[in-house]
Design a protein around this ligand. Structure first.
Ligand code: GTP
Ligand code: MG
Length: 651
């Protein structure tokens, strides 16, 4: 079976199903009711083999106005279409609407077929052919040299000619697809049949639009999120071990309950798709509309097999697109769906009676604001060249979360990862070491300058700096806040930038405060303004006043005549320079005091093995209030080891 799905399209009763019957010998109208009423209601399936060995799947759609939804869902997986017009009627309402839908779905391979030629005159045939050529051209199907195939399903006339035309089209399509390098897509199947078979359980069917997989693989059903192993698989009633793109398949997943699956749910690889209720699109507002497109109009949004209420928010340029205009539109959906970039959609009016437009999903979850200057990036997101599309997703302005970006575009994980590596190597993007976040090179460079300038701007002149010792830099958190507010980029970029700047020593992290390069030597005590120097002097003398029974922090604050903030700042500088040692949260000693005590301990251990609290009291000449913190401090610096209620010297 070759990877090609041929579909039908055209007005009701124009002979679509009869044509499939004549081509394949298979009856596409299986339902009793279809036979009784003589119309198609659901999608019909058939397949056909050609003498050359090619064999393909066929999907027959109903033409009735009421079943447009079915027509849309059937058409999304089609690679080519037999576009059927009955010679007696000519172009009718659903001839137009189906062609518009095919155009919006991006299906450009159509074979026009004029049916029922047995009941009209040769002259009528010529008139119809002229009408059809003109009509196809008006929808942009401009290949006017293309043959319109004349057939009669009744007499069989033209059927063999049609067969060779189909074979030619498939070969052309295959050549085109091999030429495109954008083939490594992820698995995507929109469910169009849900069946329970006695003894087998749930069977889900649809056209495998992209990717390929095998029996035994784990699949996920989105947006519900259930995962299951594929137990068995069939295509055209034959068991198959392996499914390829564009095959019609049904898969047996006994572990999934039928009632948990909805039409239009998507089968994919686990964690490869997002769920969303807001999609960013390029929208075509059909020429046949009478009025301009109104913002926030309630519409029916159809993609794959899904049909959901939606409001369109016009993002781009002209406020109200006129009939025939393209516009960037954000659709807010009433329910969550799963889809991906590049998927097509149709919008009908709220009652779903008329197709008003449709287009292509650029990003199924835009986490950035629309920006007119980025339109070429938005178009790049749809590029067939996946290096370009991955880059464009990163450059669109979101938070750079690569896992989320992967879930939004149609590229399998391995190719996505290698594309990221390639873009990094080409210096088009910058990512963190673990490839969690990535940003375009320009944003990275601009962000770097912004941070360097912000930090150096915070350190004004030497005199100003001296006036306010705390403004010697910016706390990392505060700097991040300034970055997010003024540079309009997310924290993830800030973190990558900061790591890089610190690694290259363009900025310096001074105990959580970010300071400029070259300033690291100017934060020392000798550069402090005089009032701080005097606080330092007072602290030093206060710590010495009562031998080793030093004042605690509260007392220091009282006696040094400095605020808590200034005192803490001064103490942190003294600790950094090694002049003061923090023995406990609120107990500080001068370095020489600690050294004296240590010397006392050294002498003590010459003739003793066990050090008890009473010994420390004696050595340091202090009460229990200080002895215990001092003992713990010496444990902490690994000079002593605690055992039960005494200490020994660490060997
Ligand atoms: N004389 C003649 N009758 C045809 C031909 N093709 C189809 N018909 C008849 O036209 C009627 C409709 O044919 P279908 O094939 O059911 O039409 P359809 O396009 O599938 O209709 P829907 O699926 O309901 O949209 C049937 O009675 C067919 O027998 C033909 O080439 N010649
Ligand atoms: Mg039919």
């Amino acid at each position: 079976m070759d990877s090609f799905i041929l579909g039908t399209a055209g007005h009701i009763d124009h002979g679509k199903s009869a044509l499939i019957r004549a081509l394949t010998g298979i009856e596409p109208d299986r339902l009793k009711e279809e036979k009784k009423r003589g119309i198609s209601i659901v999608l019909g399936y058939a397949d056909i083999s050609f003498p050359s060995g090619i064999s393909i799947g066929i999907v027959d759609v109903p033409g009735h106005l009421k079943f447009i939804k079915t027509m849309v869902s059937g058409s999304t997986g089609m690679n080519g279409v037999l576009f059927v017009i009955a010679a007696d009627d000519g172009i009718m309402a659903q001839t137009r609407e189906h062609l518009l839908i095919l155009k919006l779905l991006g299906i450009d391979m159509i074979i026009p077929v004029l049916t029922k030629i047995d009941i009209v005159s040769d002259e009528t045939i010529l008139i119809r052919e002229r009408e059809i050529k003109y009509f196809l051209k008006s929808y942009g199907y401009i290949n006017s040299s293309q043959n319109i195939i004349r057939v009669s399903a009744k007499s069989g006339k033209g059927i063999s000619e049609l067969k060779s035309e189909i074979e030619k089209a498939i070969k052309g399509d295959n050549a085109k697809r091999t030429a495109l390098k954008s083939m490594p897509s992820k698995i995507f199947l929109s469910i169009d049949r849900i069946i329970t078979l006695k003894g087998f359980g749930t069977v889900l069917a649809g056209t495998l639009k992209y990717g390929n997989f095998s029996v035994g693989d784990e699949m996920q059903i989105m947006p519900a999120g259930f995962t299951a192993r594929v137990k068995d698989m069939e295509s055209h009633n034959k068991k198959i071990p392996f499914a390829r793109r564009a095959m019609r398949i049904s898969i047996n997943v006994p572990s999934i309950k039928k009632e948990n699956v909805r039409y239009g749910d998507v089968i994919c690889v686990k964690d490869s798709l997002i769920e969303t209720d807001s999609v960013f699109t390029r929208f075509f507002y059909d020429t046949a509309n009478k009025k301009d497109f109104k913002n926030r109009t309630l519409l029916t949004f159809m993609t794959g097999g899904i049909s959901v209420g939606a409001k369109g928010f016009i993002l781009s340029g002209k406020k109200r697109p006129a009939p025939g205009d393209y516009a960037y539109v954000l659709f807010k959906l009433q329910n969550k769906i799963s889809t991906m970039s590049g998927e097509r959609f149709i919008t009908r009016d709220a009652g779903a009676a008329v197709t008003v437009g449709g287009g292509v999903i650029i990003d199924p979850f835009a986490d950035y604001r629309y920006d007119e200057s980025k339109e070429s990036i938005y178009e790049g997101m749809l590029s067939d060249d996946y290096e370009k599309s991955v880059y464009s997703f990163i450059a669109a302005g979101g938070n750079g979360d690569l896992k989320e970006i992967y879930k939004r575009l149609n590229l399998n994980f391995a190719d996505f990862t290698s594309t990221i590596e390639k873009l990094k190597k080409d210096e088009l993007i910058v990512a963190d070491g673990k490839n969690k976040f990535a940003f375009p090179r320009e944003d990275f460079d601009a962000g770097k300058s912004f941070l360097i300038e912000t930090v150096s701007g915070s350190i004004k002149s030497e005199t100003e700096k001296k006036k306010n010792a705390f403004k010697n830099g910016i706390g990392r958190q505060e700097l991040c806040g300034i970055f997010e507010r003024n540079f309009n980029k997310p924290e993830s970029l800030f973190d990558i930038l900061m790591d890089d700047l610190l690694y290259r020593k363009e900025l310096v992290n001074d105990d959580g405060t970010i300071i400029s390069k070259g300033f690291e030597n100017k934060t020392g005590i000798e550069n402090l303004p005089d009032e701080y120097i005097s606080i330092i002097k007072r602290v030093e003398s206060l710590l010495k006043t009562n031998n080793n029974s030093v004042p605690d922090l509260a007392e220091l604050e009282k006696k040094a005549g400095a605020g808590r903030k200034a005192l803490n700042y001064v103490l942190s500088l003294m600790i950094k320079e090694g002049r003061v040692i923090k023995v406990k949260r609120d107990i500080f000693y001068l370095k020489e005091q600690v050294e004296d005590i240590k010397k006392g301990l050294y002498d003590f251990f010459k003739s003793n093995e066990k050090l008890e609290p009473k010994d420390m009291k004696e050595i340091a000449g202090v009460s229990r209030k200080y002895a215990i913190p001092l003992l713990e401090y010496f444990d902490h610096i690994e000079y002593t080891v605690k055992r039960d209620n005494y200490r020994t010297k660490r060997q």
